[in-house]
Design a protein around this ligand. Structure first.
Ligand SMILES: Nc1ncnc2c1ncn2[C@@H]1O[C@H](COP(=O)(O)OP(=O)(O)OP(=O)(O)O)[C@@H](O)[C@H]1O
Length: 308
């Protein structure tokens, strides 16, 4: 099947001379949820902005359902809904008027039944006559999504949809995105949160320094990158990792005061319970312990080092 978005050889050099994207090739499959992951400044927003026609590419081609964004911009753009990072709402406009107005901008005739469905799906129908300024932060975000869906796009871009959003709302957003996919909308989202990609994406692309360094099915990516860390604060510093613990691949940090164990759920390494047992047997005592899942930034450091 033809991809819904096809990005080929796309580069962007800003007027400052900064090269933000370097020959990006990426196909987005029809009906998938694609997560574009990358640290700050990697080029995610630049790439989305090029596909949406907000930023001009320096070279390369982009087609949306076969329409070239250079030669058939209106047809291509009409298929896309964009939810940008920043809230851009008219504070004194009502919820319903905001969505109707946005639909009109795309030259679509009024369709009260469709607008009602969008607002109901986003739990905004009760607020239809409220002014944007009176909405909570979470409602404002949902209104941004309603705006982006107003012209019935086939592709929805969500740029950092849950940055600074509380856990409950984040899960609502994920559920909503899955419903949209069930309606046949292709979703591309950018995120810093690997849990977000894990919860939602079918495929994941990783971008760093303006280059796509990996595109993978989510399950495969999680298997490869979903690492966790256990940190043990020792009572007495160690000069070296004792020989009986060599099999764990432990690192010594903080001048020997901390032991770090990195593992993943599918790991063939022995588990945390046996490590703690073996520490006890080796007479190593610890004051405190903490576990955390590796952040995307940390995963990146590993990935980029691997590629270097
Ligand atoms: N108008 C501009 N002129 C010059 N450089 C720019 C411009 N816009 C963005 N950049 C630079 O291009 C790079 C990519 O920026 P971009 O906003 O695409 O990154 P991002 O991956 O979306 O980051 P974030 O996660 O912080 O949103 C950054 O180094 C940024 O400073």
């Amino acid at each position: 099947m033809q991809p819904i978005i096809s990005i080929s050889g796309v580069s962007k050099t800003y007027a400052s001379g900064f090269s933000a994207l370097k020959k990006i090739d990426l196909d987005i499959r029809r009906g998938e949820i694609f997560a574009l992951l990358g640290p700050n400044g990697a080029g995610k927003t630049t790439l989305i902005s090029i596909v949406c026609g907000i930023v001009n590419r320096s070279s390369g081609t982009v087609t949306v359902d076969g329409h070239d964004i250079g030669t058939a911009y209106r047809a291509a753009r009409g298929l896309i809904g964009l939810v940008p990072q920043e809230l851009t709402l008219d504070a004194f406009e009502t919820v319903r008027a905001t969505v109707n107005y946005s639909r009109g901008l795309f030259g679509k005739p009024a369709n009260p039944a469709f607008v009602e469905k969008v607002l109901r799906d986003l739990s905004l129908w009760e607020k239809r006559d409220a002014k944007a300024i009176t909405l909570s932060g979470g409602m404002k975000r949902r209104l941004m999504i309603a705006k982006a869906l107003s012209h019935e796009p086939r592709v929805l871009f969500l740029d950092e949809p849950t940055a600074g959003v509380d856990v409950e709302l984040r899960q609502d957003m994920w559920a909503m995105v899955r419903r949209l996919r069930e309606d046949g909308v292709t979703i591309i989202l950018t995120t810093h949160y690997i849990e977000e990609a894990q919860a939602m994406a079918d495929r994941v692309g990783v971008i760093n320094h303006g280059e796509i360094i990996l595109v993978e099915d989510k399950d495969e990516l999680m298997r490869k990158l979903g690492r966790k860390r256990l940190e043990l604060e020792l009572r007495e510093p160690l000069g070296a990792v004792p020989a009986p613990l060599a099999g764990y691949g432990l690192e010594l940090a903080a001048d020997g005061g901390r032991l770090v164990y990195t593992y993943d759920d599918q790991s063939e390494r022995p588990g945390v319970a046996s490590l703690l047992r073996d520490l006890g047997a080796a007479g190593i005592e610890f004051r405190d312990l903490a576990t955390n899942a590796s952040t995307l930034e940390e995963i990146f450091v590993g990935l980029v080092r691997e590629k270097a």
